[in-house]
Design a protein around this ligand. Structure first.
Ligand code: ADP
Ligand code: AMP
Length: 214
């Protein structure tokens, strides 16, 4: 399966990605995760991406598209993948079409997680992530059993530096202006699956799995 997860910041893409890659046995390719890893490791890419991420702006396409192309060429992505956070604008979507055409393959589905904008800030600001395994929690909606400690691996939970109110608001604006038009783009391609992201986490996943039909 070749899948894309689409939705505003805080919609639940990362949360559902963990379930989807587990069930369908495909690699999870999150451009945000790749940028954060590069920032942590102090690479050139990380240094260039940091200022955009801190401001809630998109990292330039010249850095982002090449990175995804390289990742999709790796062995583990040849039988399927889940893209999370890419594409985020029309140029990225068109570049992805070209990359897939060159690889002689097609998208299976684009899962669009819809959430009312009024709850996105609360979702993102309350997000906590495990430093060790990357599991995602929410201080109110999906808390860990012990505060600050991952249920799965006992790793320490942290808050992303761009999960503050100001940056999240910028990211929501960027989503509305640049990413939301992709809903029409993929609807026209006939591959969109719309799910209600305001249900409980398990129910959202049930809807996704039943729409994917396997
Ligand atoms: P995204 O990857 O789309 O930015 P996340 O998956 O990281 O979003 O989810 C954002 C926050 O909202 C996290 O703290 C997560 O635990 C929480 N969350 C995700 N899905 C739901 C849901 N269906 N109901 C309530 N909270 C959710
Ligand atoms: P995410 O982890 O998806 O919430 O992304 C965090 C940040 O990484 C975004 O606010 C952007 O600054 C950057 N980013 C992630 N994916 C992309 C992308 N496809 N294009 C440009 N910037 C991106």
């Amino acid at each position: 399966m070749r899948l894309i997860l689409l939705g505003p910041p805080g919609a639940g893409k990362g949360t559902q990605a963990a379930n989807i890659v587990d069930k369908y046995n495909i690699p999870h390719i999150s451009t945000g995760d790749i940028f954060r890893k590069n920032i942590k490791e102090g690479t050139d890419l990380g240094k260039k991406a940091k200022e955009y991420i801190d401001g809630g702006q998109l990292v330039p396409d010249s850095l982002t598209i090449a990175l995804v192309e390289d990742r999709l060429k790796q062995d583990d992505a040849q039988d399927g993948f889940l893209l999370d956070g890419f594409p985020r604008n029309l140029d990225q979507a068109e570049a992805l079409d070209q990359i897939l055409e060159n690889m002689a393959c097609k998208l299976t589905s684009v899962i669009n997680i819809a959430v009312d904008p009024s709850i996105l800030v609360e979702r993102a600001v309350g997000r906590r992530i495990c430093k060790n395994c990357g599991a995602t929690y929410h201080v109110v909606f999906n808390p860990s059993k012990v505060e600050g400690v991952c249920d799965k691996c006992s790793g320490e939970l942290y808050q992303r530096s761009d999960d503050n109110e100001e940056t999240v608001s910028n990211r929501i604006n960027v989503y509305s202006n640049e990413t939301a038009p992709l809903i029409d783009y993929y609807t026209e391609q006939g591959v969109i699956i719309n799910v209600d992201g305001q249900k409980d986490i398990d129910l959202v996943f049930e809807d996704i799995a039943s729409a994917l039909g396997r």
